[in-house]
Design a protein around this ligand. Structure first.
Ligand SMILES: *[C@@H]1O[C@H](CO)[C@@H](O)[C@H](O)[C@H]1NC(C)=O
Ligand SMILES: *[C@@H]1O[C@H](CO)[C@@H](O)[C@H](O)[C@H]1NC(C)=O
Ligand SMILES: *[C@@H]1O[C@H](CO)[C@@H](O)[C@H](O)[C@H]1NC(C)=O
Ligand SMILES: *[C@@H]1O[C@H](CO)[C@@H](O)[C@H](O)[C@H]1NC(C)=O
Ligand SMILES: *[C@@H]1O[C@H](CO)[C@@H](O)[C@H](O)[C@H]1NC(C)=O
Ligand SMILES: *[C@@H]1O[C@H](CO)[C@@H](O)[C@H](O)[C@H]1NC(C)=O
Ligand SMILES: *[C@@H]1O[C@H](CO)[C@@H](O)[C@H](O)[C@H]1NC(C)=O
Ligand SMILES: *[C@@H]1O[C@H](CO)[C@@H](O)[C@H](O)[C@H]1NC(C)=O
Ligand SMILES: *[C@@H]1O[C@H](CO)[C@@H](O)[C@H](O)[C@H]1NC(C)=O
Ligand SMILES: *[C@@H]1O[C@H](CO)[C@@H](O)[C@H](O)[C@H]1NC(C)=O
Ligand SMILES: *[C@@H]1O[C@H](CO)[C@@H](O)[C@H](O)[C@H]1NC(C)=O
Ligand SMILES: *[C@@H]1O[C@H](CO)[C@@H](O)[C@H](O)[C@H]1NC(C)=O
Length: 695
C-alpha cells in the first residue's frame, strides 16, 4: 500500500462531504414524495440522510446533480409531481409498475433534460395533453406510457416538438381517434412506434411513409380499417410490422419492398388476394402470420426463398392448391407450420420432412389425401401433429410411421382413415411421450387395441365416433396419467369394470401443467393453450354397455363430466355418485335405470347440466336444491317420476306463474334459478356440440 493511501481516503471522504445534492433538488424530490398518497416507506428511508444523492432510487452524476430517478415496482400511489421537472440534470425517470394515478405532467415530457421517461404499468388517466409547437424542443428519446388508463384523442402536434424521439410506446391504453400524421415531421431517428391495444380507428396515415428510420410499427388490436397505404411499403427500414386484429382489407401487393422485415403479423384482418411472388424478397423474414384473413390462391414457390422462416401461420383463410409448390427443404429453421382451415389439396409435401427443426405441424381441415411418408421420422423435434379432417388413408401405416417420432406429445388424426380397421398389432411400440391422442370420427372397426396400454404418458384419449366393439379393457387404469377419456359413440359392450373406477388421475385434482406448442381448438374461437384447461372427463355414452353403475364410481372424486347415456345400464343410481362433488355435467339418460333419484345429488353444487331422462326411475323429483333447478327435459321419459317439472312441461314462465301466489320473493328466486340453469345448460350444450369441430 502506498504510504499516502490513508491520507487519500480521508481526502476523498472530505471531498464527498463537501458536496452533496443541492437544497433545490432535495426539495424537488421531497415535494414529489409529498404528493404520493402511499410511498411504501420511501420517506422514512429518505429521512436518514440529508444528501439526496444517497437516497434509495436516486442516482447523481459526479458533480452531485440528480440524473436518475428509478422507483419501479414499489406500490407507489398518488400523483406524479410536476416538481420532478425542476431536476435540471435528470436523464432517466422510471416509475413503471406502480399504482400512480392522475395525469402525466407535460413538463416532464417537454423537459430539457429527460431522455428516458417510463411510466408504464400505472393507472395514469385522462387525456394526454397536447404540447404546442411553440413549446421548447424536448430531448426525450424514449417515452413509455403503455399499460395505463389514458383515454381520449391521441396528441398530434406533440410529436412535432419531440425532435429526438426514438421510441414511443403507448400500447394498452384506451386512446381513440386516428393515428397522428406528425410522427416523422421533425424526428430524425424515430425507430419504434407501439400503439397496440387501444381504440385507434381510421387507417395508417400515408405520412408514416416518411419515417425512413422506423424499425417497428405495432398497432395490433385496434379498430384500424381500409387498405394498407402504398406509402407503408416505402418504409424499407421496417423490421417488425404488427397489425394483428384490426379490420384491414385489400391485398399485400407491395410487401416485397419491405426487404428488411423480420416479423410480419397481419393476422385477424380481412385481407384478400394471394401471397404475392415478391414475398420471396423478404430474405430476413422469420415470422409470417397471415392467419384469420380471407386470403386465397396458391402459395408462391418463392416462399422458399425466405430461408430464415421459423413460423408460418396461415390458419383460417381460403388458400388452395398443392403445398408441394413450396420447397420446405429450403427452410431449415422452420419450427411451426400451421395451415388449419384452408382448402389445400394433394399430398402432404415430402419436402416438409426435411425440416428437422419442426416442432409443430398442423395440416387439419384441408383436403390433403394419400398416405403419410416414412420420412416423417426425420422430424426428430416434432411434438405436435394435427392432420384432423382430411382424407389421409391407411391408419396402420400412419401409426407405424408416427411411433418413431419420439418427441411426439400431441397427436390428432381424427376424421381421416374412413371405415378402416383399428390396427391391433400388439408388437407396436413407441409413442412413449404421447400425452394427447385423438383418433375420433373415423368409423374405425375393431377393438380398443392393446398397444394403447404401452402409452404410459397418455393423459387424454379420444376415440369417439368410431365403430369399436368389445369391452373397455381392464388395463385402462394402468395409464396412470389419463384424465380425459372419450370413447363415446362406439359399439362397446360388457359392464363398467372396476378398472374404470380406479383411475388415479380421476381420483385426485392434480394435473401436470403443460402448454401445447399450438393451441388446440375445439371450435374456431375456443382454444385450449394448456392441457389442464380440459375437464377431467369420462364419456362412455352411446355404446352398448350393460350391468349396473358400480358404486365404486364414487371414487372418481375429481371428475368434472360423467356421461353414461344411451347404454343398457340397469339398477339404481348409486348413492356414491353424491361423493363426486366436482361434477358439473352428468348424463345418465336413455338407459334402464330404476329406483328413486338419490336426494343427496343435491350436494353436487357445481352441477350445471343434468340428464336422467328416458329411464325407468320412480318417486318424486326433489323440488328444492340443485336438482330442482333443471328443466323438465332432464327428467322426461320416466313415467313413474312425479314432480312439478313434469307437470309443467319445459315452460319456465308457467313454473313462475304457478308459484305466483307464494309471494314476490319466491318468484324472484325461481326466476333467477331458472335463468341460471338455462344459461349454464346453454354454455355446456355449446361445448358439447362444438367439441366435434376439433382442429
Ligand atoms: C420548481 O420550479 C418552479 C419555478 O420554475 C418553482 O416555482 C417551484 O417552487 C419549484 N418547485 C420546487 C419543489 O422546487
Ligand atoms: C424501467 O424499469 C423496469 C423495471 O426494472 C424495466 O423493465 C424497464 O426496462 C425500465 N425502462 C426503461 C425505459 O429502461
Ligand atoms: C417501456 O418501453 C421501453 C421502450 O420500448 C422499454 O425499453 C421498456 O422496457 C418498457 N418498460 C417496461 C416496464 O416494460
Ligand atoms: C411496450 O410496452 C409493453 C408493456 O406495456 C410491452 O409489452 C411491449 O413489449 C412494449 N413494446 C415495445 C415495442 O417495446
Ligand atoms: C395491459 O395492462 C394491464 C394492466 O396493467 C395488464 O394487466 C395487462 O397485462 C396489459 N396487457 C398487455 C397486452 O400488455
Ligand atoms: C414526406 O416528406 C416530403 C418531404 O421530404 C414531403 O414533401 C411530403 O409531403 C411528405 N409526405 C407526407 C405524406 O407527409
Ligand atoms: C417498391 O419499390 C420500387 C422500387 O424500389 C418502387 O418503384 C415502387 O413504387 C415501390 N412500391 C411500393 C408499393 O412502394
Ligand atoms: C375449395 O376448393 C374447391 C375447388 O377446388 C371449391 O369448389 C370449394 O368451394 C373450396 N372450398 C372452400 C371452403 O373454399
Ligand atoms: C435447426 O436445424 C439445424 C440443422 O438443420 C441445426 O443446426 C440448428 O441448430 C437448428 N436450430 C434450432 C433453433 O434448433
Ligand atoms: C397400409 O400400410 C401397410 C403398412 O405400411 C401396408 O402393408 C399396406 O399395404 C397398406 N395398405 C394400403 C391399402 O395401402
Ligand atoms: C347395440 O346392440 C344392438 C343389438 O344388440 C344394435 O342394434 C345396436 O346398434 C347397438 N348399439 C350401438 C350404439 O352399438
Ligand atoms: C363418500 O366418501 C366417504 C369418504 O370419502 C365415505 O366414507 C362414504 O362412504 C362415501 N359415500 C358413499 C355414499 O359412497
Amino acid at each position: 500500500m502506498p504510504p499516502f493511501g490513508p491520507a487519500l481516503l480521508i481526502l476523498l471522504y472530505f471531498t464527498s462531504l463537501a458536496t452533496s445534492c443541492t437544497e433545490q433538488e432535495r426539495s424537488s424530490l421531497l415535494q414529489f414524495n409529498t404528493e404520493l398518497s402511499y410511498d411504501s416507506g420511501l420517506s422514512s428511508s429518505w429521512e436518514n440522510t440529508k444528501d439526496c444523492c444517497k437516497w434509495e432510487g436516486i442516482t447523481c452524476s459526479s458533480d452531485m446533480t440528480v440524473t436518475d430517478v428509478f422507483l419501479t415496482s414499489r406500490s407507489l400511489q398518488g400523483h406524479i409531481s410536476v416538481s420532478l421537472g425542476n431536476l435540471t440534470s435528470l436523464l432517466h425517470l422510471n416509475l413503471s409498475h406502480n399504482f400512480l394515478s392522475g395525469s402525466l405532467p407535460m413538463e416532464l415530457v417537454s423537459s430539457k433534460s429527460i431522455v428516458v421517461l417510463d411510466v408504464s404499468f400505472n393507472q395514469l388517466n385522462g387525456d394526454l395533453q397536447e404540447l404546442q409547437s411553440l413549446a421548447p424542443v424536448s430531448f426525450l428519446q424514449v417515452l413509455n406510457i403503455s399499460s395505463n388508463l389514458f383515454t381520449g384523442r391521441f396528441p398530434s402536434t406533440t410529436w412535432e416538438v419531440m425532435k429526438s424521439l426514438v421510441v414511443l410506446n403507448a400500447s394498452n391504453n384506451s386512446f381513440t381517434g386516428q393515428i397522428p400524421t406528425t410522427f416523422c415531421v421533425s424526428t430524425l431517428s424515430f425507430a419504434v412506434l407501439e400503439l397496440s391495444y387501444n381504440q385507434f380507428s381510421g387507417s395508417i396515415p400515408p405520412e408514416l411513409g416518411n419515417c425512413s428510420t422506423l424499425k417497428s410499427l405495432h398497432a395490433g388490436h385496434n379498430k384500424l380499417s381500409g387498405t394498407l397505404p402504398d406509402e407503408l411499403f416505402n418504409i424499407n427500414s421496417l423490421e417488425h410490422l404488427f397489425l394483428h386484429n384490426n379490420q384491414y382489407e385489400g391485398s399485400l401487393i407491395g410487401i416485397g419492398n419491405l426487404t428488411n422485415l423480420v416479423t410480419l403479423d397481419l393476422g385477424g384482418n380481412g385481407l384478400c388476394g394471394n401471397i404475392p411472388e415478391s414475398i420471396g424478397e423478404l430474405k430476413r423474414l422469420e415470422e409470417l402470420h397471415l392467419d384469420d384473413n380471407s386470403m386465397s390462391g396458391e402459395l408462391p414457390s418463392t416462399l422458399s426463398n425466405c430461408k430464415n422462416l421459423i413460423i408460418i401461420d396461415l390458419k383460417s383463410n381460403d388458400f388452395s392448391g398443392e403445398l408441394t409448390k413450396v420447397s420446405f427443404s429450403k427452410l431449415p429453421n422452420l419450427k411451426i407450420l400451421d395451415v388449419v382451415w384452408n382448402n389445400f389439396t394433394g399430398a402432404v409435401p415430402e419436402s416438409i420432412y426435411s425440416c428437422s427443426n419442426l416442432t409443430a405441424l398442423r395440416l387439419s381441415s384441408n383436403r390433403f389425401h394419400g398416405q403419410l411418408s416414412e420420412r416423417i421420422d426425420n422430424l426428430k423435434s416434432l411434438s405436435f401433429l394435427s392432420i384432423v379432417n382430411n382424407s389421409i388413408t391407411n391408419i396402420t401405416r400412419a401409426l407405424q410411421i408416427l411411433r418413431s417420432c419420439r418427441s411426439l406429445t400431441t397427436l390428432l388424426i381424427g376424421k381421416n382413415f374412413m371405415d378402416e380397421a383399428m390396427p391391433e398389432d400388439d408388437t407396436f411400440n413407441g409413442f412413449e411421450n404421447l400425452q394427447v391422442l385423438f383418433i375420433n370420427d373415423c368409423s374405425l372397426s375393431g377393438k380398443i387395441p392393446l398397444w394403447l396400454s404401452k402409452l404410459t404418458s397418455l393423459e387424454m384419449l379420444a376415440l369417439y365416433n368410431n365403430q369399436l366393439t368389445g369391452t373397455v379393457p381392464d388395463w385402462i387404469n394402468s395409464l396412470t396419467f389419463l384424465f380425459y377419456i372419450d370413447i363415446s359413440n362406439n359399439s362397446l359392450t360388457g359392464e363398467i369394470s372396476t378398472a374404470l373406477t380406479n383411475m388415479p388421475m380421476l381420483e385426485t385434482n392434480k394435473v401436470a401443467p403443460k402448454s401445447f406448442e399450438l393451441p388446440i381448438y375445439l371450435a374456431q374461437s375456443l382454444e385450449y393453450l394448456i392441457l389442464s384447461a380440459f375437464p377431467k372427463m369420462l364419456n362412455l355414452g352411446n355404446n352398448n354397455l350393460t350391468g349396473v353403475i358400480p358404486k365404486e364410481i364414487g371414487r372418481l372424486k375429481a371428475l368434472i363430466s360423467l356421461n353414461l347415456s344411451s347404454n343398457k345400464l340397469t339398477g339404481t343410481i348409486p348413492q356414491s355418485i353424491c361423493n363426486l362433488t366436482n361434477l358439473q355435467k352428468v348424463d345418465l339418460s336413455s338407459n334402464h335405470l330404476t329406483g328413486a333419484i338419490p336426494t343427496s345429488l343435491n350436494n353436487l353444487h357445481f352441477l350445471s347440466q343434468f340428464n336422467i331422462s328416458n329411464n325407468d326411475l320412480e318417486g318424486p323429483i326433489p323440488f328444492v336444491g340443485q336438482l330442482s333447478t333443471f328443466p323438465s327435459y332432464s327428467f322426461d321419459g320416466n313415467p313413474k317420476l312425479s314432480g312439478p317439472m313434469i307437470a309443467h312441461h319445459c315452460d319456465s314462465a308457467e313454473t313462475i306463474q304457478s308459484k305466483k301466489q307464494t309471494g314476490e320473493k319466491d318468484e324472484k328466486v325461481i326466476f333467477v334459478i331458472a335463468f341460471g340453469a338455462f344459461f349454464c345448460v346453454g354454455v355446456l350444450y355449446d361445448l358439447t356440440v362444438i367439441s366435434r369441430f376439433l382442429g
